[in-house]
Ligand binder design. Sequence first.
Ligand SMILES: C[S@@+](CC[C@H](N)C(=O)[O-])C[C@H]1O[C@@H](n2cnc3c(N)ncnc32)[C@H](O)[C@@H]1O
Length: 221
Amino acid sequence: MDKNDPAYRGQSFYREWFLRIYDPVVLGFFAHRVWRCPTEIAMEQYRRHIGVRHLDIGPGTGYFIERAGRKPDAEVTLLDPNRAVLDYAVRRLAPRAVVTVEADVMKPLPIEGPFDSVAMNYVLHCLPGPIANKAAAIANAAVTLTPGGVLFGGTVLGSPELHTPLSGFFLRAYNRQGAFDNLGDTNKGLIEILGRSFESVATQVHGSVALFVASVPRRLI
Ligand SMILES: C[S@@+](CC[C@H](N)C(=O)[O-])C[C@H]1O[C@@H](n2cnc3c(N)ncnc32)[C@H](O)[C@@H]1O
């Protein structure tokens, strides 16, 4: 990705060394102690919604896909602008064959689908704000779904009332550093951008995180 692209900083941190410590640090310590949304809750959402043809946008280490209990005939596509992420997740998921696509979810996606499910887990808070800007990512995901398909995921919100002194400290630090761009992200804003592309939208707030599920892509009505 071009260094001047507004989405560059949100994906540039995911290098090999960081991916090696990602699961215990981010999905362990940060999810539980800082954002207060235990990883089991997000995993439960994966288990419930992952479909036979699944697209994972921003797969990170591939932790959720590996443990979600895919069906034997499942076909998985991983999409990320960061080659190190794709390579890491492919190794993690081996010997299962997966398709990889090096692309930025903020731009029209170079894939057709259709997919039964699309996950965008802990990706929206990395995308360039304000939240209205992130509607492009939701719309790009929506067009890859079957009429009965579902988009699901989670994102750290910026709303001050959802933060403890500890999570507020990291929220501000990551926004300064550029890994996050979510200070203005609210649950209401999230519902609004999901609602532009989907007829049915549900969110649940756990700690500083909103988990979301969206179905019935609007273009298909
Ligand atoms: C916090 S990690 C989440 C990883 C994984 N989904 C999880 O829940 O553990 C953010 C992921 O989003 C990816 N990402 C960041 N910006 C992106 C963009 N513009 N388009 C697609 N993926 C992006 C990163 O490279 C990384 O894989």
